[in-house]
Design a protein around this ligand. Structure first.
Ligand code: E4P
Length: 222
């Protein structure tokens, strides 16, 4: 399973990169706006930091606008993956630019039928939004399982990018479902490293080591 960071925060991306397990980044207009930095500069900085795909979302909603923005973003850096919304216009844009060799991440996917359609349109990634379905009392992970199964049934090469993941159990369940990628906020990546028994075990090893050294010292002094 690939780990992507779902952020446009440069400090978090640097930190994630230093952990040695980061495979890519996803951004969206809300995440970029939150950082308050110029859009293009931010994206290029992220692309230069990360050795992997960086999803950049269009803001246009009409076909021509999406095509124009998507083709433009793709020229910014080889790591750019263009993100289109899963709407009829977005699907048309996906089909067109995928045929031109531009990688596409179809975002805001909330149903198996939408996922089936974007795979047929040649998307490189589909992003089912798990947390946002959970938010409306619908099991988001069921959708991830369905998409993984459907893509397997027909050998679609589109990768399932589980998105809107809010806590470590979302990552575990997405991995169990066979999602190719999980994109997560930095705090979730950090949480995944920790276990209280690791801390307790480490403390005990240090204490035992200390005790043994003290004993050896006492023996040597006799
Ligand atoms: C994915 O690409 C989206 O940016 C993201 O996962 C949305 O997450 P949210 O529902 O927590 O905002």
């Amino acid at each position: 399973m690939k780990f992507f960071l779902d952020t446009a925060n440069i400090k978090d991306i640097r930190e994630g990169q230093s952990m040695g397990v980061l495979d890519g980044v996803t951004t969206n207009p809300s995440l970029v706006a939150k950082e308050g930095q110029p859009f293009k500069d931010t994206i290029i900085e992220i692309c230069n930091l990360v050795n992997g795909p960086v999803s950049v979302e269009v803001t246009a909603t009409d076909l021509n606008g999406m095509l124009e923005q998507g083709r433009n973003y793709a020229k910014w850096h080889r790591n750019v993956v263009v993100k289109f919304p899963t709407t009829p216009e977005g699907v048309k844009a996906c089909k067109t630019v995928s045929q031109e060799g531009i990688r596409v991440n179809m975002t805001l996917c909330f149903s198996a039928t939408q996922a089936l359609i974007v795979a047929k349109a040649g998307a490189t990634y589909v992003s089912p939004f798990v947390g946002r379905l959970d938010d409306i009392s619908t099991n988001g992970m069921t959708l991830v399982r369905e998409i993984v199964q459907i893509y397997k049934n027909y050998d679609f090469p589109t990768q399932v990018l589980a998105a809107s993941l809010r806590h470590p159990m979302h990552i575990v369940d997405a991995a169990l479902a066979g999602a190719h990628v999980g994109t997560m906020p930095f705090k979730v990546l950090e949480m995944m490293f920790h276990h209280p028994l690791t801390d307790v075990g480490l403390e005990k090893f240090a204490q035992d080591w200390e005790k043994a050294n003290l004993k050896n010292l006492e023996k040597a002094m006799k």
